[in-house]
Design a binder for this molecule. Structure first.
Ligand code: ZN
Ligand code: ZN
Length: 534
């Protein structure tokens, strides 16, 4: 090739670092690998190991996002048509765990004795906190002494405008019924359901309101904020109604009108009529203080009062009511701040294991997982841009949680207040444009779906890889790991890390291909393959 002579020719040449990045992406290598130092505790040898960043957004790392998406699809597939109850037996406690819990029991006895005899419990409390940390570190779930949540009677008051649902005792099974066809074949159908929120005003096919001024932006904002709680209610009701421990794998996605909706894979079946009944009876009431009156705008912000750790009214100098006081002020005859419900339109279809429909639905469920909620439908027209702006405006001063800074605007101290809170500047995810009011997780999976966490599915995949490559799994206790920081002598620059990540990826892909070819040809795999699987 003749060397380029003109500026235009030079500019047309690809940039070296872009080529490496592209190569990494096409090969599926992480483009932001993290460097760790691995020390072999038997030989004392250290070596650098690059681990993938594991980000779930394609905009950050396409390779890791894609891997995560595949893992989710595997999790979804595995749980949907389970034929046997997933086994979730916890391991018996080991000796270390027993010792810590014994210490913890003694410490509690000391502490409670000190309290009843009027002594200072500070030292005991500190010891207890340390022991609780050790208990958690030793791999025990939960707390030995769960904190008792304060009960507020009001929050359970049933709405009179909502039909009551027949309630059944929930049987411990998680698997749906099987049906037998006349020919004798049995099958166990499952469901794919899509739930949407109600309408807030007419929208055109591009998702924008026909009359933006009368569109219910506030309701849309509140429904989005409380969407996860509403879905939770729906599942509770569905379980009570069907009488078994229904399991689900769900993905929250935005619709074109920018309201969240949810695709749900459910194990077992429910008829459309039953589903309609459950949906009609499902609501979530938000018992928060009223926000219809702006008490403090930009010009008279509440002032932090250090001695009390609370906020003051800048004019009267009085303390703002605490979060608990404000909740207690909600009377028996007051209405909740918001009642969230699903809309009347829903979609439900039966799906059989291994069918083309099942594969298509899993595609739906994982389709947008690698994108931010707001990036699923990019604004292309002025109307769409304006619609997104109006929704963001509605979310700006809407309290997102009990600890939201926006409560100051309505004359209430947020829960756990601290200095420097400013209404309209809450850091909560829900207020950010890219979240459209929904700050919850994109994938909601019930505990007994596949009986495995994402980490378990990842471990399955790794075990399969190692087995295919014919590499013996190493004892995890043999190595210690530590992060490598830029000041360390063995630190690799980002560009160098990326080159190594690409090289490793190519090596093990080659090894994997060879192992597969050999397996297909029934010849024993050559075990001298590269020693490292990413
Ligand atoms: Zn990555
Ligand atoms: Zn907030």
């Amino acid at each position: 090739m003749t060397p380029p002579t003109t500026r235009a020719q030079r500019l047309a040449m690809p940039l070296a670092r872009d080529v490496v990045r592209e190569l990494a992406i096409t090969r599926g290598a992480c483009i932001r690998p993290v460097q760790l130092r691995r020390t072999d505790t038997t030989t004392g040898r250290t070596e650098p190991v690059l681990v993938p960043c594991g980000h779930t957004l394609a905009a950050v790392c396409p390779s890791c996002a894609k891997r995560g998406q595949k893992l989710r699809a595997a999790q979804c597939r595995e749980g949907w048509h389970l034929e046997r109850e997933p086994v979730l037996e916890p391991d018996p406690p080991n000796d270390e765990q027993l010792v810590w819990v014994e210490h913890r029991a003694t410490a509690q006895q000391w502490r409670d004795h000190a309290e009843t005899t009027g002594q200072d419990t500070a030292d005991d409390d500190e010891l207890i906190a340390d022991l609780d940390n050790e208990i958690t570190r030793s791999g025990i779930r939960g707390n030995v002494l769960p904190a008792r949540p304060a009960r507020r009677h009001r929050s359970t008051r049933r709405r009179q405008d909502t039909p009551e649902l027949p309630r059944r005792a929930i049987a411990p099974r998680t698997i749906g019924k099987t049906y037998t066809a006349p020919g004798g074949a049995t099958f166990r159908p499952s469901m794919f359901i899509t739930l949407t929120l109600p309408g807030y005003g007419r929208v055109t096919s591009d998702g924008t309101p026909t009359s933006p001024d009368s569109y219910g932006y506030q309701r849309a904002a509140r429904d989005a904020l409380h969407f996860a709680a509403l879905f939770d209610r729906f599942i509770q009701n569905l379980r009570r109604f069907l009488g078994y421990d229904v399991q689900y794998f769900a993905a929250v996605e935005p619709q074109r009108r920018l309201a969240p909706h949810i695709h749900v894979a459910i194990r077992g079946t429910v008829s459309r009529a039953e589903l309609r009944q459950v949906l009609a009876a499902t609501y979530h009431q938000v018992w928060w203080p009223p926000t219809d009156q702006v008490k403090h705008d930009e010009h008279n912000q509440p002032v932090w009062h250090e001695p009390t750790g609370r906020y003051l009214d800048p004019v009267t100098g009085e303390l703002l009511p605490t979060w608990d006081q404000a909740l207690d002020a909600i009377g028996e005859n007051d209405e909740p701040l918001h009642v969230a419900r699903f809309g009347e339109r829903f979609d439900a279809q039966g799906v059989l294991a291994g069918s083309r429909d099942a594969a298509r639905c899993i595609g739906y469920l994982t389709k947008y997982l690698t994108k931010h909620v707001a990036d699923c439908h990019q604004a292309r027209t002025g109307a769409q841009q304006e619609h997104a702006d109006r929704l963001a405006d509605a979310l700006r001063y809407e309290p997102c949680s009990p600890s939201c800074a926006n409560w100051l605007r309505y004359g209430v101290s947020p829960k756990n207040p601290r200095e420097g809170l400013r209404p309209g500047r809450c850091k909560g995810k829900a207020h950010r444009r890219e979240h459209l009011g929904y700050a919850g997780r994109r994938v909601l999976v019930s505990r007994k779906w596949s009986g495995k966490s994402l980490a378990d599915h990842r471990a399955d995949r790794k075990a399969w890889l190692l087995q295919t490559l014919g590499i013996a799994e190493t004892d995890p206790g043999r190595y210690t790991w530590e992060p490598v920081t830029p000041g360390d002598p063995d630190h690799m620059s980002r560009a160098r890390r990326l080159l190594h990540a690409v090289a490793e990826r190519i090596q093990w892909q080659t090894a994997l291909d060879r192992a597969r070819r050999q397996a297909a040809g029934n010849s024993p795999p050559n075990l001298s393959a590269t020693g490292r699987a990413a």
